[in-house]
Design a protein around this ligand. Sequence first.
Ligand code: PEP
Length: 254
Amino acid sequence: MKSRKIIFANWKMNLDSRGISNLVQDILSEMKNFDNLDVILSPPFPYLKLVSDLIRGSKLSLSSQNVFYEDVGSYTGEVSTNMLKDVGCDWVMMGHSERRQHLLETNEMINKKILASTHNGLNAILCVGESFDERRHNKTFVRISDQLKRGLRDVKYDALPCIVIGYEPIWVIGSGEPARLKDIQEVHNFISNELDSMFPDSTNLPRIVYGGSVNNLNINSIISLKNVDGVLVGNASMDCEVFCDIVLKVGDST
Ligand code: PEP
């Protein structure tokens, strides 16, 4: 069950309706065959419905980049899980380092988002990762263990297949240079072992994807690593040719 590969396109706060529409249509006409993969597009909130309409009937899925953990009420500016489902989302992203840093999102908030999302039938990708300073000071594993344990607190076994862990070393995001393969391998093995010890009776643990300057030139070496079940792609996912090449190569690796 863990082996189905997953590719996540994170468009962050980029593009406008015309750019999104062109990109999605280009991806749809370019990408013919990815039966063995989950390919998920994550546009900014205002374009979710647009993408949902464009990808209807295709094998692409839709994700938001954030969600709020309450179902309804006086939470100005927030968006609920049901609203996301209503516009066609199957997925939601949480804990991205940019939100932890700029929006002060805490592990406790992220945990509530995971619980609300999985309870309400959405798949969730939980992003974790260390800063450059943490890596330099040998704090990588402490930081990631903490993010996993607090982020996944009270998650029930039956929600595990709906969760993906995204490992994103913060300093390589958007840098053009991914982390060293040896470091990616080490952290993915660590996350896999942590999940095993947190959920010892599960045969269906969350998949683990790598994110941070993935492109079509480095994807083959990254996707061939053990315990790397897919990739989270930022900048390179906004270039149709490069993104489709990544999808093709991941598909060929399975
Ligand atoms: C991201 O921020 O999720 C990401 C993976 O970005 P990039 O691929 O541009 O490093």
